[in-house]
Design a protein around this ligand. Structure first.
Ligand code: GDP
Length: 472
C-alpha cells in the first residue's frame, strides 16, 4: 500500500500533455448546462436583470401579484457564444412574497431544489444510466433579490436564505440600486452582511484557492451583496449607445461600475466562477443531499464495528425490515377489519333489538284496537237487535191500526184525534183502547216528510222512542 512511486524521465515526446485539450474539446462538444434560480418579490426586477445579464430578451409574461402560493417556473434556452453551447435554465419563483401569510413561502423553492437533486440521484442509481446526455437541472446558483429599503433584511428574506443555504449557492443582490442613495447603499450593504452573519446564513463565497482568480475573487467577496440595476433600454451617452435607465435628472448606466455593481455580478457569475458554481453544486450541495438520502435508506460506509459496510448486507437488512413492517401493517389492518366487523355486528344487533321492540309495541296497539273494534261491533249488534225489535213492534202497531181503520171507515177523521192506545213505554207494547203518545222520539225519515209517516213507513228509523199514554 505504501509502495513508493518512482519518478521516471521520458526519453522523448509521448503526447499525454494534450490531455487538458482533449478534456476541453470533449466538454465543448458535450455543451454545458447552467441553471439559475431567481428568488425575490414580484416586480423587483428579476426578468429585467436576466435579460440584461445575457444581453437578450427571454420570453416572460408579467407576473401577477395575486398568486395563491409560490410556484416555480423553469424556462430553458439554448445559447451559443463562439463555439460553446450553453443550456441555460432560468427558474423564477413566481408569486414570492405576495401572499398574506408568508410562513410557507420558502417551501416550494426548497422542494423544487430537492426534486432536481432527487432526479439526478435516481439517474445515478439506475443500472443503465446515461449521465453523459442527462439534462442536469440541479440549481447552480440562487440570485436572491433584496428590496432596496435601506433599512434591514425582511424576516422572509432571512428565513428563506437560511432554508436554502445548505442546498444551493446563494448570491444576494440588492435590486433596483438606482432607487437608493450612495451613502444609504453603503450602510445597507454593511447591515445586510452583518445580519446574514448573525443569523448564520451561509452565502456563496467566490473561491480564493485558485491562484489565477484568488485576488479578484477576494476583492469581490468584499463587495457582496452586489447592488444592481437592470435595463434593456439603450440610451445615447456621448456618442455611444449604452444600456441604461433614463431619468429627468440623469442617466443610470447599467455597465458603469460607479453607478452600480452589474458588471461585477456578470464577471463573477459568468466569466470567472460559473464552473466553480457548477462544481460546488455537485461536490457540496448534491453530495449532502445524496448522503442524507442514502443514510435515510439505510446505507452506511462502515458498520458499528468500523468494518466496510456491505451493500448486500444493507439490502438484506432493509428487506427484512421492510417485510417485518409489511407484516405488522397487515396484522394491524386485519385487526382493524375484525374490530370494524364486530362494531358493525353489535350495531346491527342493537338495531334489530330496537326493531323488535317497535314491532311488539305496534302489535300491542293493534290488539288493543282490535279489542275496541270488537266491543263496538258487539254494541252495534245489540243496538241493531233492539232496533229490529222496536221496528217489529211499530210494524205490528201499524198493521193493527190499519185493520182498525178498515173496520171503521166512516170514523176515519175522528180516529185521527182519538188514536188507539198503547200502554207502557217499552218496546213490544200491545194495542188497547187507551190513547198512546210518543213523547220523545228520534226519527230518521228516509222517505217521509213527517215523523208520523215515518212511523208508518217501514224504511224509516225510529230510535229511542218513549211511549206514553195520551194523544198522538
Ligand atoms: P419581476 O417581476 O421581478 O420579473 O420584475 P420585472 O423585471 O418585470 O420588473 C418590474 C419593473 O421594474 C419593470 O417596470 C422594470 O422596468 C422595473 N425595473 C427592473 N429593473 C429595475 C432597476 O434596476 N431599477 C428600476 N428603477 N426599475 C427596474
Amino acid at each position: 500500500m505504501n509502495e513508493e512511486k518512482r519518478n521516471l524521465s521520458l526519453g522523448g515526446h509521448v503526447g499525454f500533455d494534450s490531455l487538458p485539450d482533449q478534456l476541453v474539446s470533449k466538454s465543448v462538444t458535450q455543451g454545458f448546462s447552467f441553471n439559475i434560480l431567481c428568488v425575490g418579490e414580484t416586480g423587483i426586477g428579476k426578468s429585467t436583470l436576466m435579460n440584461t445579464l445575457f444581453n437578450t430578451t427571454f420570453e416572460t409574461e408579467e407576473a401577477s401579484h395575486y398568486e395563491n402560493a409560490v410556484r416555480l417556473r423553469p424556462r430553458t434556452y439554448d445559447l451559443q457564444e463562439s463555439n460553446v453551447h450553453l443550456k441555460l435554465t432560468i427558474v423564477d419563483a413566481v408569486g414570492f412574497g405576495d401572499q398574506i401569510n408568508k410562513d410557507e413561502s420558502y417551501r416550494p423553492v426548497v422542494d423544487y431544489i430537492d426534486t432536481q437533486f432527487e432526479n439526478y440521484l435516481q439517474e445515478e442509481l439506475k443500472i443503465r444510466r446515461s449521465l453523459f446526455n442527462y439534462h442536469d437541472t440541479r440549481i447552480h446558483v440562487c440570485l436572491y433579490f433584496i428590496t432596496p429599503t435601506g433599512h434591514s433584511l425582511k424576516s422572509l428574506d432571512l428565513v428563506t436564505m437560511k432554508k436554502l443555504d445548505s442546498k444551493v449557492n446563494i448570491i444576494p443582490i440588492i435590486a433596483k440600486a438606482d432607487t437608493i442613495s450612495k451613502s444609504e447603499l453603503h450602510k445597507f450593504k454593511i447591515k445586510i452582511m452583518s445580519e446574514l452573519v448573525s443569523n448564520g446564513v451561509q452565502i456563496y463565497q467566490f473561491p480564493t484557492d485558485d491562484e489565477a482568480v484568488a485576488e479578484i475573487n477576494s476583492v469581490m467577496n468584499a463587495h457582496l451583496p452586489f447592488a444592481v440595476v437592470g435595463s434593456t433600454e439603450e440610451v445615447k451617452v456621448g456618442n455611444k449607445l449604452v444600456r441604461a435607465r433614463q431619468y429627468p435628472w440623469g442617466v443610470v448606466q447599467v455597465e458603469n461600475e460607479s453607478h452600480c455593481d452589474f458588471v461585477k455580478l456578470r464577471e463573477m457569475l459568468i466569466r470567472v466562477n460559473m464552473e466553480d458554481l457548477r462544481e460546488q453544486t455537485h461536490t457540496r450541495h448534491y453530495e449532502l443531499y445524496r448522503r442524507c438520502k442514502l443514510e435515510e435508506m439505510g446505507f452506511k460506509d462502515t458498520d458499528p464495528d468500523s468494518q466496510p459496510f456491505s451493500l448486500q448486507e444493507t439490502y438484506e437488512t432493509k428487506r427484512k425490515e421492510f417485510l417485518g413492517e409489511l407484516q405488522k401493517k397487515e396484522e394491524e389492518m386485519r385487526q382493524m377489519f375484525v374490530n370494524k366487523v364486530k362494531e358493525t355486528e353489535s350495531e346491527l344487533k342493537e338495531k334489530e333489538r330496537e326493531l323488535h321492540e317497535k314491532f311488539e309495541h305496534l302489535k300491542r296497539i293493534h290488539q288493543e284496537e282490535k279489542r275496541k273494534v270488537e266491543e263496538k261491533r258487539r254494541e252495534l249488534e245489540e243496538e241493531m237487535n233492539a232496533f229490529n225489535k222496536r221496528k217489529l213492534a211499530v210494524e205490528t202497531l201499524q198493521s193493527q191500526s190499519l185493520q182498525a181503520t178498515s173496520q171503521q171507515p166512516l170514523k176515519k177523521d175522528k180516529d185521527k184525534k182519538n188514536r188507539s192506545v198503547i200502554t207502557g213505554n217499552q218496546s213490544g207494547v200491545s194495542l188497547s183502547n187507551s190513547k198512546v203518545m210518543i213523547t220523545k222520539a228520534n226519527v230518521e225519515p228516509l222517505n217521509c216528510s213527517s215523523w208520523w209517516h215515518a212511523i208508518q213507513c217501514c224504511s224509516c228509523l225510529v230510535k229511542n222512542a218513549t211511549w206514553r199514554e195520551g194523544f198522538i
